[in-house]
Design a protein around this ligand. Structure first.
Ligand code: NAP
Length: 280
């Protein structure tokens, strides 16, 4: 076979090259869309990251996902969009007119998953976000972009919630952890971006019965798939959006940028990743 054009390939850059579901997701989409392409894991130590990223194309890649500990450096070494700048970290790189661009796809992963799981969720005026780390910044940016009028941010370390609110302006209000009970009845959307509820971490102690009957609950944690928070919300009949859905939806944009086709988050893909997660 003559190969005038080399198959396009993207990669995941991390250190150490932790077990990631990204290769499973992208290989599934490559296979089901009949695209001849690749997605590799590249273990790159911090001292080699700048060289690797600035010569990504010479290393054979049309783009990349970036994970711990490189996401902040990736932002500095590329031309970021508004989302990556707002989050302060880039997780997806691609070339545009020869320039290395970056974005943070957690923003659309979160929003697209909500749209898929709870259409109409954005009719609420107020949202309550628990946590003030990197994932919270992506969530808050997405909520503001979508037009939610008020976003309350509660964090264990109040100073980080205040810094986040300062960054995003008056529509974002920091509140102390003790204010959760009082904020719950007003919030049409509750989002957990803390690691509480994750396997090996304490559960998130919260009374979902204080939420309105049409409230939506989103949890970014995806190990376990059904967190105690989501289980309690479902038991109350509330609509929910889970962390695995966000993980799948955040992968869509990278694939589209690298391989030129927008892939679908299908039930089959979800089942594939669920099976992998339950192996752990
Ligand atoms: P991060 O920057 O380290 O922030 C962690 C957050 O959790 C902080 O707000 C921290 O509060 C809070 N926290 C940790 N332990 C706590 C405890 N015992 N009690 C109360 N709050 C606690 O991490 P991140 O990148 O934002 O990620 C947060 C979570 O989101 C992780 O579980 C991650 O796996 C998940 N995530 C999921 C997706 C997805 O696609 N589903 C994407 C991104 C992240 P302090 O500020 O007080 O330390």
């Amino acid at each position: 076979m003559t190969t005038a054009t080399k198959a396009r390939a993207a990669c995941l850059i991390g250190w150490p090259a932790a077990h990631s579901r990204s290769p499973l997701i992208h290989h599934y989409w490559l296979r089901t869309s009949g695209i001849e392409g690749g997605y590799n894991i590249e273990a790159v130590p911090p001292e080699g990251f700048a060289e690797f990223v600035t010569h990504l194309s010479a290393h054979g890649f049309v783009g990349a996902n970036v994970t711990i500990p490189h996401k902040e450096r990736a932002l500095a070494l590329s031309t970021p969009d508004a989302r990556a700048r707002a989050v302060g970290a880039a997780n997806t790189l691609w070339y545009e007119s020869g320039e290395l661009r970056s974005t943070n796809t957690d923003v659309e992963g979160f929003i697209d998953n909500l749209d898929a799981c709870a259409p109409g969720w954005d009719q609420t005026a107020e949202a309550l976000v628990l946590g003030a780390g990197g994932a919270a910044r992506a969530v808050v940016f997405g909520l503001l972009e979508r037009g939610i009028a008020r976003v309350h941010v509660v964090n264990r370390t109040p100073e980080r919630a205040r810094l986040l609110a300062d960054q995003f302006g008056a529509r974002v209000q920091p509140a102390p952890w003790q204010a959760i009970a009082e904020l719950l009845p007003r919030a049409g959307l509750l989002v957990n971006t803390t690691s509480l509820g994750m396997l090996g971490q304490p559960a998130l102690e919260l009374d979902v019965s204080r939420l309105a009957a049409d409230a939506v609950v989103a949890d970014l944690v995806y190990v376990p798939l059904e967190t105690p928070l989501l289980a309690a919300a479902r038991a109350r009949g509330l609509k929910t959006a889970d962390g695995l859905g966000m993980l799948l939806h955040q992968a869509v944009r990278g694939f589209e940028l690298w391989f030129g086709q927008r892939p679908q988050v299908t039930a089959e893909l979800r089942a594939l990743i669920e099976a992998d997660l339950t192996k752990v």
